[in-house]
Design a protein around this ligand. Sequence first.
Ligand code: FAD
Length: 494
Amino acid sequence: MRWLSIRALIASSLAMSATGVGVSAAPEQHAKALEDVLSPGAKVYYPNSTEFTTLTTRWSALAEPKVNVAVVPAVEDDVVKTIRYANKAKLPVLAFNGAHAAITTLARMQGGIEIYMGQLSSVTIAEDQKTVTVGGGTLTKAVTDALWNAGKQTVTGTCECVSVLGPALGGGHGWLQGHYGLAADQFVSMNVVLADGTLHKIDASSDLWWAMKGAGQNFGIVTSVTSKIYDIEQYDWAIETLIFSGDQVEAIYQAANDHLSTVPVNIINWSYWLNIPGIDPDKPVILFYIIQEGAKSVDPAITKPFHDLNPISIDAESGDYRDLARWTQIALESAPCQKSGLANPRFPVYVKRYNVPAQKLAYAAFAAEVSGDSPFSSSIFMFEAYPVQGVQAVDSNSAAYAFRGDSILTAPLITYTPAGDELDQQAAQLGNKLRDIVHQGTGNEELHVYVNYAFGNESPQNWYGNEQWRQHRLKALKKKYDPKGRFSFFAPVA
Ligand SMILES: Cc1cc2nc3c(=O)[nH]c(=O)nc-3n(C[C@H](O)[C@H](O)[C@H](O)COP(=O)(O)OP(=O)(O)OC[C@H]3O[C@@H](n4cnc5c(N)ncnc54)[C@H](O)[C@@H]3O)c2cc1C
């Protein structure tokens, strides 16, 4: 008995000697120990404070990571020190940026350190005006606005409250991808803190470079990235928002195949299926955006086939690039930017073009499950058709992002108020069923999933490509740079 308690004491003091604080120490003790090593501007919070609650609240309240201590680094060395501390204390660690990742694999982090990136926010345009260096915690809107004011632009995700790096590390779809490729294709160099707590500046000469462009969340925490920027060539943008009855689903997607699948680089088409009871109390409507760059109104030749289908309403607006997020309801003040306690799993699948009968089946299944007083009545089904010319101009082998051959990103987003496991399972069943319908319509056995929208039940092949060389290369890099799987909460490569 006495020997047992001595062994326990030895084990606990060994753990103490690593960090000064025991492995099983309370969050307050870890917070205090971290405060002692971090820069004066860094902040550390533990549960039961308003700040902790704010910093740990995520966009999707399903399968969330559990955080015990939230660190807000003020300088990149704070990220280094936090990772070293977490390694010694044997605590998991996860970067939080816009906190919009909804993948359920994040729930594998149970009790660890959050690194909230928000203070590492900066946008610095190089003297030669060819690149911008962005702090690892910068949100998309900050970059868009700073570049716009300098007559510049680059590819970022479209949503203002999502970080620059969140989307970009998984590829990054954006309004300008038709010209320049994905957000990750713009990377020139980056500073990244690796799993062993060392800081590196890497670029195309590093073997890790390939992996950071599509599977980057698996390999480290990026404290800053330098990306290519471009002169703004077109200041004008225009949108038409058309609303159709769900009864017209076949005609609409047939018209999209016929008239929008080979459109020029300056046309973007998104559509959402959603309930708007004021317009149709019985079933979801189809909200259909046609966006044009370099125009004060969308070219009537593009919109005519859709006007001919007699939409319920047509709204036209014009402005500039900065208006796009508001028009499409993903601006800072829009609903998707609020963290309101809802579960928001998505079930994505890429397609090359619409399979019209599959669209009809999917609509019927969606309408049946989200209408009336369904707990899923706030769900939407998203269809995002960005121009792909710039994405396909980039060598497919140059990045871990694997799906340059696909054109349209589709995903049901099943939104609901969490109410226990049974409802979670119903949501997952519905999301998977809808995805299966669209996937079967592709005629492709392989399931191509945009990792940044993934639900979490997919495989590494679904996220990072079926080619064996891709899987081997990712696994080998993981073994080299993160052998203990410290960064394996977001869509782990292995
Ligand atoms: C409303 C909305 C709109 C969206 N629009 C787009 C879009 O237009 N284009 C697009 O491609 N995607 C889009 N997405 C998907 C988006 O790419 C993912 O949700 C992404 O994970 C969000 O990044 P975040 O920083 O907000 O989330 P977080 O959850 O904070 O981060 C996402 C993941 O990346 C890791 N991470 C974050 N920052 C870093 C860093 N600096 N270094 C290393 N790892 C880091 C985190 O640990 C986490 O695992 C959208 C999502 C939503 C909810």
